[in-house]
Design a protein. Structure first.
Length: 339
């Protein structure tokens, strides 16, 4: 007995020169494609990522990300996207019920896209973002919570970071949960991921100072800085930017001078390392900071209060770094204007 053949895919025009295919309702093959596209294995092996929602897809297209396939529930969704950019993709109209099944969102918008994994070197970031860029970099170390990483990337874009580096201990930045929390930050700031500590310096500008902000829980581990240590840090507070003892502690990581985050530390160019809440900072992060004359930055919290969330600590330290860099820039401008 012959097996029933799937219905032929209809081909229609959404606009002059813009054609799409209409898939059969409940097409399991498409569902499998979308499910696969959510996996890290698919991203790594095929170099593709899944994006969902108008804003994220529009941001991606405007930044030069290359679309492979767009799934949409109504033609109206396509009209909200730049036509020239979506012409190069396969456009597939599917039932909203199918997108609802595939979607990770509580209220799906009816638009999903499979894109080539963006290459930071080939992206065209928004002009406003480039104009506000500062010699301020962020290094994420062992950030394993997707929501935290997405929020941190959003703060990095908001503060005007020049670049974000992610070490191998971090969650994949292209995971759907990270993309959702990032709110388009992936297409506003270059993100270099999956780095080991040996290759981190090659992605940093010459003469950079690296400071660390740690989030280890003070109740379960020795205090290590921003967001976690009690109000009275065990390490002596030193304001001198040159104070960075090079000797090693028992873990083999260099000890750093500790100071409050609101004291002077941001000298261009500067990088801030944010450690994850569970694993904290790597010995490699501390060694890198010590070798550049960096500091351990402490956000003092009221005694007895649990450590700050790593995303909150990142926001506090990055925007303080921005304030200091802009203040220093203004002082230099004022000096130049003097007769």
């Amino acid at each position: 007995e012959e097996r029933p053949q799937p219905p032929a895919v209809e081909r229609r025009a959404a606009a002059p020169g813009l054609w799409y295919e209409k898939a059969a309702p409940g097409d399991r093959r498409l569902g499998k494609v979308v499910t696969l596209a959510k996996s890290k294995k698919f991203r790594d092996n095929h170099g593709k990522v899944l994006l969902e929602g108008h804003r994220l897809i529009k941001d991606a297209l405007e930044a030069g990300a290359v679309p492979q396939t767009l799934f949409f529930s109504t033609v109206g969704h396509l009209k909200l996207l730049p036509e020239a950019e979506i012409k190069q993709a396969s456009l597939v109209k599917v039932k909203f019920e199918d997108i609802k099944t595939w979607s990770d969102l509580i209220t799906p918008q009816g638009l999903l896209g499979i894109f080539s994994k963006p290459d930071p070197a080939k992206m065209s970031y928004p002009a406003a973002q480039l104009a506000s860029s500062l010699p301020l970099l962020l290094i994420c170390d062992n950030i394993r919570d997707p929501g935290n990483l997405g929020t941190i990337l959003r703060s990095a874009a908001g503060a005007g970071c020049e670049k974000v580096l992610l070490t191998k201990g971090c969650v994949d930045p292209w995971e759907p949960k990270v993309l959702r929390a990032g709110m388009g930050a992936h297409f506003r700031v270059p993100i270099i991921s999956n780095l080991d500590w040996e290759s981190v310096p090659t992605n940093l500008p010459a003469g950079i100072q690296v400071c660390v902000a740690d989030n280890n829980d003070p109740d379960t581990s020795p205090p290590r800085g921003a967001g976690s240590a009690p109000a009275s840090p065990k390490a002596p507070l030193e304001s001198s930017p040159k104070a960075a003892p090079e000797h090693e502690d028992e873990e083999g990581a260099a000890e750093l001078a500790t100071q409050h985050y609101y004291e002077d530390w941001a000298r261009a160019p500067v990088a801030v390392v944010i450690g994850g809440e569970t694993h904290g900072l790597s010995a490699g992060a501390l060694r890198l900071a010590a070798s550049t004359g960096g500091k351990r930055l402490l956000i003092p919290v009221v005694p007895g209060v649990d450590s700050l969330n790593s995303a909150i600590a990142a926001g506090i330290v990055l925007f303080e770094g921005k304030r200091q860099l802009l203040g220093r820039h203004k002082q230099e401008d004022d000096r130049q204007e003097l007769p």
